[in-house]
Design a protein around this ligand. Structure first.
Ligand code: HEC
Length: 107
């Protein structure tokens, strides 16, 4: 009986781990579609033409997602980026992060 309980616990833990890793993986194609508004400042390939605005191409996926959530949730304050992130869902953010992380940082 005890070993069955342990087996069930182990399976539950494993499926949670798989579910959470899936929840994190964004869809780069959907991210690209969503990036139309980002292009003006961050460039068509995630390389900005404007010195004030950061490049996003090839940046770490997890970092990009965390920054977008921080802008959206008001933890990272920036008058320009906050309104850009305000309307993004968690899925949008995961997709945008996957898209920009997959771009070539060399342009
Ligand atoms: C009007 C210009 C503008 C637009 C449009 C814009 N951004 Fe930004 N973005 C900025 C600026 C300026 C910063 C730097 C903010 C700061 O200094 O904290 C920034 C920062 C970021 C960062 C953090 C980069 C880092 O290295 O920490 C991410 C991620 C980001 N933007 C993603 C996006 C995405 C995704 C979109 C489209 C939904 C978008 N931005 C649209 C101007 C813009």
């Amino acid at each position: 009986m005890k070993s069955i309980k342990i087996a069930i616990l182990a399976m539950t833990a494993l499926s949670c781990a798989i579910a959470s890793s899936n929840a994190f993986a964004g869809d780069a194609a959907k991210g690209k579609a969503k990036s139309a508004t980002c292009v003006a400042c961050h460039g068509a390939n995630g390389i900005s033409m404007i010195p004030m605005y950061p490049n996003l191409a090839g940046q770490k996926e997890q970092y990009l997602a965390l920054q977008l959530k921080a802008f959206r949730d008001g933890e990272r304050k920036n008058m320009v980026m906050a309104p850009m992130a305000a309307g993004l869902s968690d899925d949008d953010i995961a997709n945008l992060a996957a898209y920009y992380a997959g771009l070539n940082p060399a342009g």
